[in-house]
Design a protein around this ligand. Structure first.
Ligand code: ARG
Length: 284
């Protein structure tokens, strides 16, 4: 092989940015009492059977993946009768050791708010009791120094100002319009401090314009990948834990220098959640 045939390959490799992983601390909740007995999003159908032991086994794979990546994984005890408690992302939003508590929209999940706030208090976080309805990191995503905040289905837009005051960070309001993508973390994936992936059709026109302006180089995922909650993923800046079935997203991430890691959480998809829903970042 002549040197000339090698050079173009090298040049292509150099065009892929170097991604840096940073160690994360996350909170998770084992789906010991997971089942679907009510319907608060279009994914949930109480008539379909669920397999709690399979949910636990799949969740364990996610837990093991995080441990393998060097994360500090903390656990909150699951509570019998709160089947959605596995979706820890909704338990609050934690930044600078302050834990802004959740205040759930639906009565079925409301007891989770105090349960998570109790854990934050017991673990040395400064708990900020919410006045406004909000579902934590399900609707609040930190990208660098900006918080992207969803509304339309769950979190009240008044919670955006409440969080902005507590966090001392600008909050960008984004309106969700498709009931299947009812939390912001089902329509946006944070890849690192400056990059995101998202599903354009999940947003109203003004919100889409904001995303296009702020993130011109964003990964635009396919409807197919979004439809299995492929965006509901968690990145440490290099490793991106995603739904195993999100094959286009996997390729898109690899092409941009990330390391996608597929995990199968099909059982938890029956409750309308995926990787990110099961993960709450703790920022001391
Ligand atoms: N069944 C739960 C609900 O509808 C799923 C929550 C998913 N969580 C998330 N962060 N998107 O509230």
């Amino acid at each position: 092989m002549s040197i000339n045939s090698v050079i173009p390959i090298l040049a292509e490799d150099l065009a892929v940015p170097l991604r840096i992983a940073t160690k994360r601390t996350v909170l998770m909740c084992k789906p010991q009492f997971f089942t679907v007995v009510y319907r608060i999003n279009p994914w949930m159908d109480p008539a379909l059977p669920t397999d709690t032991s399979l949910a636990v086994a799949q969740w364990q794979t996610l837990y093991d993946t995080y441990v393998g990546l060097g994360f500090d994984v903390q656990l909150i005890d699951p509570i019998d009768g709160l089947p959605d408690m596995v979706y820890a992302a909704n338990g609050g939003f934690v930044i600078d050791n302050q834990a802004y508590g959740a205040k759930f929209t639906h009565v079925e999940r409301q007891p989770e708010g105090p349960a998570y706030m109790g854990w934050f208090a017991a673990n040395g976080f400064d708990v900020r009791v919410p006045v406004e309805t909000n579902e934590g990191e399900g609707d609040f995503l930190l990208v660098g120094d900006v918080i992207l905040a969803g509304t339309g289905f769950r979190s009240d837009s008044n919670s955006h100002a409440e969080l902005s005051a507590i966090a001392g960070r600008p909050v960008v309001t984004l309106r969700l319009i498709n009931p299947s993508f009812y939390h912001l973390d089902t329509a946006v994936a944070v890849l690192d401090d400056t990059n995101i992936a998202y599903l354009p059709s999940a947003f109203d026109a003004p919100s889409l314009a904001i995303l296009q302006e702020r993130y011109p180089d964003a990964v635009i995922v396919t409807e197919e990948d979004a439809a299995i909650l492929g965006l509901n993923s968690y990145s440490d800046g290099y490793n991106v834990v995603i739904a195993a079935r999100a094959k286009d997203f996997e390729r898109q991430l690899r092409a941009r220098g990330y390391n996608p890691i597929g995990v199968d959480l099909s059982e938890l998809l029956l409750g309308g959640g995926g990787v990110k829903c099961c993960t709450l970042e703790l920022r001391r």
